[in-house]
Each structure stands twice: as C-alpha cells, then as structure tokens.
Ligand binder design. Structure first.
Ligand SMILES: C[S@@+](CC[C@H](N)C(=O)[O-])C[C@H]1O[C@@H](n2cnc3c(N)ncnc32)[C@H](O)[C@@H]1O
Length: 292
C-alpha cells in the first residue's frame, strides 16, 4: 500500500467533516459473503459483472472497500483511494481478509478527489466508480471535473449523487449540520431519533400502498418486499448506512438533468440511469464517447 504523507486539499477539509472512515471501520466487522455478493450484484446491474474481467477499475472514494473487493473478485485490476486514512486502513483490512492480500492486483492508497495532480498521476481506467463521494467533498462539480480525465476512451464512469429535492434536501442539510454540532455521546441518540422518524414515515406510506393494492386485488406484499429489497441493496448495513446518511457532511445535491448536461458537455454519453424517488442517490453510468 502506498500512502502519501499529506493529501493536498484532503487534509484541509478534514475538520468539521463527518468521520466516514470511523463508521466504515465499524461496518467492517459485519462484512460477510452475502454482503460481498450483494455488492457484486449491484456492480453487475450497473456495469455487467462479466465485463469487468481484465479491466482497470478505479474506486474513487472507496469507503469500506467493499466495491473494490467485488470488482477485484470479478477479475478487474483495481486501484482504490480515499482521502480518509481510516477508509484506507479499512479497505486494506478487507483485502487482507477476503482476497489475496497484497498479492492481489489491487492497489490501495490515500488520495483526494480535489487533488488534480494526484488524479492525473493515476493514469486512465476502463471503469471509474465514484459512488456517493463527489457530493461529500465540499466541491462537487470540481471533484467530478477532476475525475473525468481518468476515464479512458470508451471507458465508463459511475456516479451516484444525492437527488435534489429542494426544500427536503435543505431539511436534510439542517439535519446533517445539527449532527456535526452535537457532542459525540448524543450522536447515536440523534441518529436513532431521525431513523425512527423516517422508519415510521416509510411504514405509513408502505401500509397505505399495500392497502391500495389490496382493494384493487393486487398482491399487497409487494410494497413491503420492495422496501426490504432497498434496505439490502449494495450489501450495506441498516444502522451504519443510517449513521452515514444522518452525519454525512459536507453535503451537496443535484438534479438528474444537471448531472446529465454536465457530463454530456464534456464528451460523455449516458448509458444507464437509476433515479431515486426520494432522499437518496441517483445513479449514472456514462461512457466517454468523445476522445478529447
Ligand atoms: C458515502 S461514502 C461512499 C463510499 C463508497 N464509494 C461506497 O459506495 O460505499 C463517501 C466516501 O467519500 C470519501 N470522500 C469524501 N471526500 C473525499 C475526497 N475529497 N477525496 C476522496 N474521497 C473522499 C469519504 O471518506 C467516504 O469514504
């Protein structure tokens, strides 16, 4: 593992930010084969798992390293980086436990999306995977622009960016700011309170949808099954995902059309899109179709 002593921009941004790496380190204890399979399935859905074999895969803002591991198992040559040293340690530990350790064609290092020269030094990749990261850098559009040169001609970039829900997004921004201001011992209680509120809201909506299906002679279990599927998607863990959701700061949002136009104007063609109806991420897969 190579770990530069300092990460330009990344270090300056560490204060007043959510400690993603600490949360991922706790999640690490829960990682097991079903979670790894779910992560692989989610990659497969977006990119076609069989297509990853022999490809160069950059996991930009790797977090726990779970998706680097899934890509590595699918036969990709992986480079993972994150600005948070705890994420780098977590990813290295994941590689040690679940793959061939340092012998695997998988490099892990510390780096920042806001460090343009670091990104240029990495070269180009067939797949750049940047899921849920750019909107947490404090400079979302700059982070995306810095990453684009890393996509090889006809290579693909996966972006997941928080959906802009206008006043609801502003509410979430307030929730996250409040989390940052709370003393450490109150934070789990705060997360549990927000989690309960969102749980009961979702329960009420799901019950209503189920009732509507029942009176129209359709399977009333479908809304509950959809909910269950969502919570298990990507191999995440309900609690640690919630902590990341409530605490994840800085926080920016974008409408799907803003991301689409931004990438289109820079020579990329949209190949896949999964939109999110509520507070969550829209997922995009773009291909670099203009070589310039
Ligand atoms: C919500 S997590 C997503 C992790 C992972 N991509 C996934 O899909 O599970 C956001 C990650 O972005 C990382 N991050 C935030 N700012 C960054 C930056 N400037 N450069 C690199 N990584 C950054 C955080 O440390 C954190 O691991």
């Amino acid at each position: 593992m190579t770990a530069p002593a300092t990460v330009p921009n990344g270090d300056a941004l560490t204060s007043g930010r959510f400690a993603f790496g600490r949360n991922w380190s706790r999640f690490l204890a829960t990682i097991n084969e079903p979670r790894i399979t779910a992560a692989g399935d989610s990659l497969g859905k977006l990119l076609g798992a069989s297509e990853l074999k022999g490809q160069r895969f950059l996991d930009a803002g790797c977090g726990s390293g779970l998706f680097s591991l899934a890509a590595s198992r699918a036969g990709a040559e992986v480079v993972s980086f994150d600005y948070d040293p705890d994420c780098v340690a977590c990813t290295s530990e994941l590689r040690r436990r679940f793959s061939g350790g340092e012998a695997a064609p998988w490099r892990i290092e510390r780096g920042s999306l806001l460090d343009e020269s670091y990104l240029r030094s990495l070269g180009t990749f067939d797949v750049v995977y940047c899921w849920g990261v750019a909107h947490h850098t404090g400079a979302m559009w700059q982070a995306i622009d810095n990453l684009l040169p890393a996509v090889a001609p006809h290579g693909r970039i996966v972006l997941a960016i928080y959906n802009d829900q206008q006043y609801i997004s502003r509410l979430w921004s307030g929730i996250k700011r409040t989390y940052q201001r709370l003393p450490g011992f109150l934070r789990p209680l705060y997360v549990a309170a927000i989690g309960s509120a969102t749980f009961f809201k979702r329960l009420a909506v799901t019950c209503l949808a189920s009732l509507l299906r029942l009176v129209t002679f359709r399977n009333p279990l479908v809304p509950f099954l959809n909910w269950l599927r969502e919570t298990q998607a990507r191999g995440m863990h309900g609690w640690y995902d919630l902590v990341d959701w409530v605490g994840g700061w800085p926080f920016e949002v974008a409408k799907p059309e803003e991301i689409f136009r931004h990438l289109r104007d820079r020579g990329f063609t949209l190949r896949e899109l999964v939109t999110c109806p509520g507070h969550g991420c829209n997922e995009f897969v773009f291909e670099r179709t203009d070589p310039v």
